[in-house]
Design a binder for this molecule. Structure first.
Ligand code: ADP
Length: 436
């Protein structure tokens, strides 16, 4: 049994014994009644003191003085309240420290609750989004940052990629929103000013586009003279003839490079066409195969097409031809003699769902560690293959960009020594891709 209760019972027993003795000596019940009344009054008084102390807490810190069970009770309560007070202080300090470090951050931080309403934010976020501390709390973020892309991004619930938008406070500034879900479905949004980065990126794109454009004219002149020279130099001057032919081949390659660089710049810098046309895929791919027919026959390769004749993708025919053409040309170029190339359509399950246009080959394959970087410009896993095929190193980058502009994605799978699979994945929901 609890020690406090034992003590209290012992005290009560002593009181009752003394009162009983007095009652026996005086032959009267009065001493007993007086002791019981006194004991009850004492307990009532302690209850009143406890109540008063609790009402005044924490202004009146020290607990009332008392002995026995009441004294122990006051002390236990006092210790408990002190502990709770300390914990509250520590929590308060932690919150203040978190708030201070949040406001010291140069990037904006916004916390939204489950209903995407503003809970808290730091100074940088307030400046970037033009938030006011008190009145904006509890408002939906999309009411304050009015942009259809932000609403769609929050609705979409896919935050694997950040979102870039003009700042609501000034159109020249560009903000990048990165969202993480945490706790019970709340949102933590990091807001970064990427205006400078964006400007640098734009400068890089413009530079590449301008250089490629400027190189076109001198190269045309150079090629023209070279062709004339090749025709005029007598065949007896074999060494000079070989050198000129070598120069001709290299200038041909340079022309292809400039063509691909300009195409990439156009894909990066121009908006997606907003009047997509239905493109008949089977006819398009057949045309591309016909274009490579001589090479395919020379290599003794077999190309098998399995594309439904009524399959149509909504988009830009020239861009799609460029993407599929690059994938087909790679399959033909990189696969050796007698290889099999299989181009087929694999629809996703479900009515109107998307699908994949797959280019399978039985070529040399690509090691797994190269796959994530394969669509980078000029990334080549094997330089010796390039010399053999004369590629520009931009083919897969072009494919990736064309697919992005068609709500699509490039998926690559390969096993060295067995072959490769390049799949163009198309979503069928949006405006850009669909079976017609
Ligand atoms: P390139 O002009 O060099 O072909 P790409 O961007 O089209 O540039 O391809 C990048 C690299 O990916 C190529 O250099 C090649 O090593 C590899 N590659 C692409 N397609 C295939 C394929 N079907 N089989 C094997 N390797 C491939």
């Amino acid at each position: 049994m609890n020690f406090t209760i034992v003590k209290e019972l012992r005290r009560l027993t002593w009181l009752l014994l003394l009162a009983g003795l007095a009652a026996w000596l005086l032959r009267s019940l009065w001493p007993l009644l007086v002791v019981l009344a006194g004991y009850t009054a004492f307990n009532l008084l302690q209850l009143v003191r406890l109540n008063r102390w609790l009402l005044q807490y924490p202004a009146d810190w020290e607990p009332p003085e008392s002995s026995g069970a009441w004294g122990d009770l006051f002390n236990s309560l006092y210790r408990l309240l002190r502990k709770e007070n300390l914990a509250r202080d520590e929590l308060g300090q932690l919150i203040r420290r978190t708030e201070n470090s949040m406001s010291a951050l140069r990037d904006g931080v916004v916390v939204l609750d489950r209903r995407q309403q503003l809970e808290t934010w730091n100074q940088a976020a307030a400046q970037a989004l033009g938030l006011r501390m008190a009145s904006d709390r509890g408002q939906a973020l999309t009411n304050l940052v009015r942009h259809p892309a932000l609403s769609a991004y929050l609705q979409g619930n896919d935050f694997s990629q950040p979102l870039c938008l003009p700042a609501p406070t000034g159109k020249e500034r560009l903000l990048e929103y990165s969202i993480t879900r945490f706790g019970a479905g709340e949102y933590l949004i990091l807001i970064r000013d990427v205006t400078r980065l964006h400007r640098l990126e734009q400068m890089r794109k413009d530079f590449v586009a301008n250089v490629s454009h400027e190189l076109k004219t001198p190269l045309t002149v150079f090629k023209g003279y070279l062709e004339t020279l090749i025709e005029t130099v007598p065949a007896e001057q074999a060494a000079l003839h070989r050198a000129l032919q070598h120069m001709g081949a290299q200038s041909e390659r340079m022309e292809l490079l400039i063509r691909d660089l300009l195409l990439l710049s156009r894909l990066e810098n121009t908006e997606t066409r907003n009047d997509p046309q239905p493109v008949a895929v089977a006819g398009l791919v057949q045309g591309l195969v016909d274009g490579l027919d001589l090479l395919i026959r020379n290599k003794g390769q077999q190309v098998r097409l399995e594309i439904p004749p009524d399959l149509h993708l909504q988009g830009d025919e020239t861009e799609l031809a460029s993407a599929f053409g690059n994938l087909l040309a790679n399959a033909v170029h990189y696969s050796g003699q007698d290889a099999c190339i299989h181009v087929h359509w694999q629809p996703d399950a479900g009515e109107g769902a998307g699908g994949r246009l797959i280019f399978d080959d039985t070529g040399p394959g690509i090691a797994a560690h190269h796959l994530p970087r394969l669509t980078e410009r000029f990334y080549r896993p094997d330089a010796s293959r390039v010399t053999a095929t004369g590629g520009t190193g931009l083919g897969l980058a072009i494919v990736k960009h064309v697919l992005l502009r068609h709500n699509g994605q490039l998926e690559i799978d390969s096993t060295p020594g067995q072959g490769s699979r390049f799949a163009c994945r198309f979503e069928m929901q949006g405006d850009l891709a669909g079976s017609g």
